[in-house]
Design a binder for this molecule. Structure first.
Ligand SMILES: Nc1ncnc2c1ncn2[C@@H]1O[C@H](COP(=O)(O)OP(=O)(O)OP(=O)(O)O)[C@@H](O)[C@H]1O
Length: 625
């Protein structure tokens, strides 16, 4: 039996490999449900190309390009391809930046044109504003001056700067959406760019293409139309897993007729009960049905409903873990580290995982929030990578590690420290005394990260980044600051001043969280991933966004007129977006799934779950307090 599923699957792999024939290329769309092995097929096909076509590609000076949605997916695929340089595996932003970055003067022309249009529009808006000193007019005036400044600087820029992992602003920097729109425009309009793309990469494969920017995808498709004899474009994805706006939602119906559309109907990830659940969630969208793999286990799903106004969420989730032990006969549910808890926003994890004192203030500023989560902010990574390691070695009396970190991150043990050169033993003794003082501070359970950093800075044990030193201002001075001065502080400064008041433990928990080791992940961040046991938390109250609403989706909150109109007209709405997100989270579970709905209307949620055929009466547990 297993043989039949596997041979079907390897047939699809062979089929796709044959499309990528360098002398007779074909393009294809592999859109298939969750867990159907799309990523696995992608890697299998690439391995086959490496085994059979390596020499031809090397002789032609060509590579195979693979675009993934996240950096994590990129690293995973590179790893599975043993970092072979015949493949360029990158995120869409890195890929496009590498293509456009040599074209400085074209980028300038593009930006000049765009800025001039924006400036004309803003000028008109400001002119039309009835209240010239109203908030909107002032915001528009500020926007106008920023754009004007950028336009004035444009001529003198020698080369542009861009980083796919940060939100840097400043002279000559491009932001993420600019890189994508410049890429889309250049690929669509510039013959030279098309030639460069096709000659360098005769094969371009895009994973999670349902979320690839619409105009960019359309420009790739038009390149394929114009280069049918020497370019293969392969799209992998699933319309039901489209969770960001800006994707090409008509992909399945708008492709050229000569495109191939192989199918994969087996779900290799989930047990039978979860395959049925996700088929039922999906039914209203496109009726695509999956079948479980031949040897799939039965699996367990439960819907726990708790009143959002009274529930103690930490307690509720503990109760659920122990109930799931019974329902699934799987003791691993008891262990936090063996269960993945899916939350809508990082802030939900920050209260549960006790790191909100540090993350909370940083998350109020967009650029800091992004940097806090992807590790691109230098101050944050200095604290999490260097300071926390140093603290651990001090607490563990690991003298070797302490010396190593000091040597690498301060001048105390270097030839530029004259006291160390003239009296090495004396210096070592001083360091030893400073470490003892630091250790005393560290064992205090209420110590703040600010005090730890100040101590390290004063003793010169580590060289702190200048900006961070600026934030370590004396508490008394901070309190005496005049209101006028405090208004001068940027949002970023204020956020940092607050974040540094966090308890050291919150910073330690935060560091564990970002390495993925606290057992939490976000609904949007788990696309492509899988976990044995999943708790999916639905909690509108703790989410700040307006794009998704589980309360509306589960009938606990009335739909707006607009929601109903959109849903009826088949236009993307809160409901359809939430349905897709729900599909993504439920389809991550390999063994068992507990959905927790915090709601103001427990009975309505229960009824909707039964009426929609998602959960049976026996699978629903209303938690009372
Ligand atoms: N032919 C197969 N035989 C056995 N296991 C498979 C097969 N194909 C895929 N799998 C396994 O099924 C799981 C899901 O595969 P994969 O992640 O490639 O699916 P996907 O379609 O990319 O999923 P999603 O869209 O949900 O991200 C993985 O654990 C993978 O190893």
């Amino acid at each position: 039996m297993t043989h039949s599923n596997n041979s079907k699957s390897s047939n699809v792999d062979n089929e796709i490999y044959n499309y990528l024939n360098l002398t007779d290329p074909k393009s294809f769309l592999l859109f298939a449900g969750a867990g159907s092995g799309k990523t696995r097929t992608l890697v299998n096909v690439l391995q086959k190309i490496r085994d059979n076509n390596l020499h031809t590609l090397i002789e032609n000076g060509q590579k195979v390009a693979v675009i993934t949605y996240t950096n994590a997916a990129c690293t995973e695929i590179q790893h599975r391809l043993e970092y072979d340089s015949i493949f360029t595996v990158s995120t869409i932003h890195s890929f496009i930046w590498a293509l456009i970055n040599p074209f400085t003067s074209d980028i300038k022309d593009f930006l000049k044109n765009k800025l001039e249009i924006d400036i004309a529009e803003l000028t008109l808006k400001i002119k039309k504003a009835r209240d010239k000193s109203g908030k909107t007019a002032l915001v528009n005036a500020r926007r106008l001056s920023v754009k004007q400044k950028r336009l004035d600087e444009l001529e003198s820029i020698d080369s542009f700067i861009y980083s796919p992992t940060s939100n840097k602003v400043g002279r000559g920097t491009l932001n993420h959406s600019e890189v994508i729109s410049i890429g889309a425009a250049f690929i669509a309009d510039k013959k030279l760019m098309q030639v460069v793309l096709v000659n360098r990469y005769p094969i371009l494969l895009i994973d999670e293409s349902q979320d690839t920017n619409k105009s960019l995808l359309e420009s790739f498709i038009s390149v394929q139309k114009n280069n049918k004899s020497n370019f293969s474009l392969g799209l992998f994805g699933d319309t039901m897993q489209r969770i960001y706006s800006g994707g090409k939602d008509d992909l399945t119906t708008s492709l050229p007729l000569d495109w191939k559309t192989p199918a994969k109907v087996v779900n290799y990830r989930c047990p039978k009960r979860i395959v049925t659940l996700i088929n039922n969630i999906r039914r209203i969208d496109d009726k695509k049905e999956q079948i479980p793999k031949d040897d799939a286990a039965e699996g367990v799903v439960k819907l726990f409903i708790a009143d959002s106004t009274s529930a103690n969420k930490v307690e509720v989730e503990e109760t659920i873990r122990s109930q799931m032990v019974k329902f699934s006969k799987d003791n691993n549910w008891e262990s936090v580290s063996k269960v993945k808890t899916l939350i809508l926003e990082h802030s939900m994890a920050s209260t549960r995982g006790e790191f909100h004192e540090f993350y909370g203030p940083l998350s109020t500023v967009d650029s800091l929030r992004d940097g806090a989560l992807n590790g691109s902010n230098k101050i944050i990574s200095f604290i999490t990578d260097i300071v926390l390691n140093f603290i651990n070695s001090v607490l563990e009396d690991d003298l070797f590690e302490i010396a190593r970190i000091i040597k690498k991150n301060s001048l105390l043990l270097s030839s530029s420290n004259t006291s160390f050169i003239s009296d090495p033993l004396g210096t070592l003794k001083e360091i030893d005394t400073d470490i003892t003082v630091l250790k005393k501070i560290l064992v205090n359970k209420t110590i703040k990260i600010r005090d730890v950093l100040s101590n390290i800075h004063q003793a010169n044990l580590l060289i702190l980044p200048d900006e961070l030193i600026g934030y370590l201002i004396d508490k008394n001075k901070e309190n005496n600051e005049s209101e006028a001065d405090s208004e001068l502080a940027t949002e970023q400064d204020k956020a940092w001043l607050n974040a540094l008041n966090a308890n050291l433990m919150h910073v330690q928990n935060y560091a564990t969280y970002i390495t993925g080791n606290l057992g939490y992940a976000t609904h949007q961040g788990v696309k492509g991933l899988e976990f044995e046991r999943v708790i999916a938390i639905l909690d509108d109250e703790e989410s700040r966004g307006f794009l998704f609403s589980y309360e509306k989706f589960f009938g606990a909150k009335e739909l707006t007129k607009k929601d109903v109109e959109n849903e009826d007209a088949g236009i993307d709405s809160t409901i359809s977006r939430t349905r897709r997100l729900f599909y993504v989270i439920c389809s991550r579970a390999e063994k068992s799934l507990a959905v927790v709905a915090y709601t103001k209307e427990p009975n309505a949620v229960k009824q909707k779950a039964i009426d929609s055929n998602w959960f049976s009466e026996e699978e629903i547990i209303i938690l009372r307090h």
